[in-house]
Design a protein around this ligand. Structure first.
Ligand code: NAD
Length: 312
């Protein structure tokens, strides 16, 4: 029996990961640690493991698993709303929470894979390479950057890999509301028969990566050649206007965008991952282009029964 901890396991990425591990790692016991601040049990439909409803920054959850052998820790929990401005709370939950995870992993001699973010890059207009990080535009990106710095101080004691996810989309993100992916927001507006709304002039470009590739990369990171921080994207950016074109094709519609002013000064207008390091260190090769993934997302999930239960 392998005990695997997934923090943030009720959220978008964490629930997809927990359900994947349950299906593919036969005989494993998945322990989700999540305080359900935003997410809900619907993301974990069909889950057969344990759930500890706790804030990772409090540390009380560690008592619950103190006597257990732990084989791996996926630390996915985080405040994920980039518009949250409470700096102390962001740092406490994201960074102190991670500190607890790292100390816990050292005690258990368990490898750690953790979620960082493309937000550590801030404003850029070319492909982002890992060494470009460290100029975040907001406190969310800063908290991820500090997590990476902290992780490095544990490199001699632990197997530890940080993943800079780019814009993840796919089933399981509906609970995120306005923090859900732009693809989700635009698709839902268009499926409801409305015109898609976006910031002027829709030329913002993001590296939109499908949840299934993100889960593969996350699991693959356990077998990384070395401790590292790695980009997880598709390697290609797509503009918001192009997303609408793709959606119009799939939905067989011709809806034109409505543009409005962007109120966020710290917005990332461009992200695109250089994924060569991910290929080298964890053998990561995305299976989906953004367009293919959108098609699967719409036809298999947003239009299915799943849409009313866990999926969207
Ligand atoms: N979705 C993306 O596009 C994206 C991009 C870059 C990085 N990330 C990172 O990936 C991870 C997962 O993001 P997501 O999209 O699944 O977000 P999400 O909000 O759906 O999931 C986060 C989960 O963590 C839980 N949580 C938050 N803080 C916690 C704490 N202190 N203790 C316990 N539980 C806590 C929440 O309840 C939620 O279930 C995060 O670390 C996020 O920063 C996501």
């Amino acid at each position: 029996m392998k005990n695997i901890v997934v923090t943030g396991g009720a959220g978008f990425v964490g629930s997809n990961l927990a359900l994947y591990l349950q299906e593919h790692f036969q005989g494993s016991h998945i322990i989700v640690v999540d305080d359900f601040r935003k997410s809900g049990f619907k993301n974990l439909e069909g889950f057969k493991g344990d759930v500890i409803a706790s804030n990772v920054a409090d540390g009380e959850w560690i008592q619950t698993v103190k006597t257990k052998k732990i084989d791996a820790v996926f630390h996915i929990a985080s405040i994920t709303d980039t518009t949250v401005m409470d700096e102390k709370k962001m740092m406490r939950d994201n960074v102190d929470g991670f500190r607890n995870i790292l100390d816990f992993a050292v005690e258990k001699s368990a490898p750690v894979v953790y979620a960082s973010s493309a937000a550590v890059y801030g404003s850029f207009n070319r492909k982002m390479r890992e060494e470009d990080g460290g100029k975040p535009n907001n406190i969310y990106g800063f908290s991820k950057w500090v997590m990476e710095n902290l992780a490095e101080t544990y490199y001699s004691k632990l197997k530890i890999v940080g993943l800079r996810y780019f814009n993840v989309f796919g089933p399981g993100e509906y609970h995120k509301g306005l923090a859900a992916s732009m693809i989700y927001q635009l698709a839902i507006q268009m499926i409801k028969g409305n015109r898609p709304r976006m910031f002027k002039w829709g030329e913002q470009r993001r590296d939109f990566v499908y949840i299934k590739d993100v889960v593969s990369a996350t699991v693959g990171a356990l077998s990384a050649k070395e401790n590292a921080v790695i980009n997880v994207g598709t390697g290609k950016s797509t503009s918001f206007n192009e997303i609408v074109e793709i959606l119009n094709k799939i939905l067989n519609s011709g809806r034109k965008p409505v543009y409005f002013d962007n109120p966020y000064g710290f917005y990332q207008n461009f992200t695109e991952a250089d994924i060569s390091k991910a290929k080298d260190i964890i053998g990561y090769e995305p299976k989906y282009t953004t367009a293919l993934a959108i098609e699967e997302y719409i036809t298999k999930y947003l239009f299915s029964r799943d849409a009313e239960s866990r999926a969207v």
